[in-house]
Each structure stands twice: as structure tokens, then as C-alpha cells.
Design a protein around this ligand. Sequence first.
Ligand code: SF4
Length: 210
Amino acid sequence: MTWRVAGRPIVTVTPDSYITEVAEKRVELETMERDITPSPQAYREAVTYLRRGIASRRSWRPLARLVESLRFEYYDLAARILEERRQVIDCCAGLASAHLAPDGHVWGCCVRAEPLGNVRDHDYDFRTVWRSARAEAFRASVKNRECACPMANASYTNLLLDPRSLVRVMRNLASVPHHDPAHAVRGPEAGDRGSALGRAARAPGFTIPR
Ligand code: SF4
């Protein structure tokens, strides 16, 4: 966004980072009855914009570059999952991660929100729930790819456990950073109402968490 006084540019502000997560139907968010997920086309358009933004302003700081590289890979993965409606890489939810609700219920993931058991029923012994028949059935279902979603938490874990994704992340990490103002992108706030993100951001259900 550029502030102007008497038509002259005074200061230009650009985004610090380009972050997004797909708005999804989730039990925990009470969004199951809402049609909030963007279309694959709208999301692809948005992440293409975000990926260009990341590529145009790479950081020299190691941790920031690593996060950028992971986001770069995640945005493409999330778009592919929406487009192809399948697990593009193996999901490890229920194996590498789990959710523990305040009431003691354990979920394999918060999208399916299927209770694997309740630690309160087992003297707070998580292992009993983790090794239960319901937990095994959940893991088998995920392994059979009976579900797919672009949820960020699970996807980032899945990326870290997928060798081919990791290679791409490492390549991206090692790429030469540069700031190319000629190709730098502006946010929809910049008045660029015709931009890809501007159009996608106006699509139903598209959110850009800050
Ligand atoms: S693919 Fe999505 S819905 Fe299926 S187990 Fe993984 S996180 Fe849950």
C-alpha cells in the first residue's frame, strides 16, 4: 500500500509474510454447516499470488527462509489436494499427531473429529487410548486414503515426513534469495482490485489469517 500526499508517494508498505490456510468445515470450529471452503480455482489463484510474493522477497535469515520454503511447498500441496480431492502425500494424522480435547477425548485429527477414546475412562493413560481398536481402525482408514484435506497442521507434519517433499523444501531453501521489485506483488489492500488475490479473497469462504 502506498500513502500519498498531494499525489506524491510518501511511504510504501508491503506484507511481512504471505500466510494463508484453507477455510474448512470442522467440528471444533463449528463450521460444519457452512459452505466456507473456496473453490480449487480460487485457492490456486490465491496461492499462485502468495508463492510469487514469497519468491520475490526471500529472507536471508535461516529460520525465516526455512519457514518460507515450507510454506512454498504447503501452498502447492493444499491446492493439489483441493483440486484432486485425494491425499497427494500420505497423511500421518493419528500416527504422528493427535488432538487431546479439554474433556479428555482423543482425536486422530480435528477434521474427522472421531473420538479414539477418552483418557478419563482409562485413568488418564494416553497409551491405552492410543493403542485401542478404535485408534487402529482410524489409522487403517487414513492409510487406505479414505479421507483427504489440506489442513495446515497435519499437512506440515506430512511434508516433514515425505522425502520427496523434503527434497523440494531443501532445494527451495538453498535457492538464491533476491528482492525483485519489478516482480514484487501487492496485497489486495493496495487498491489492486483486479489482482489474483483480490479476486480470490472475495470468493466465498476465502480467509487470510493474519
Ligand atoms: S487427510 Fe485430513 S481428514 Fe484425513 S486424517 Fe489426515 S488430517 Fe484428517
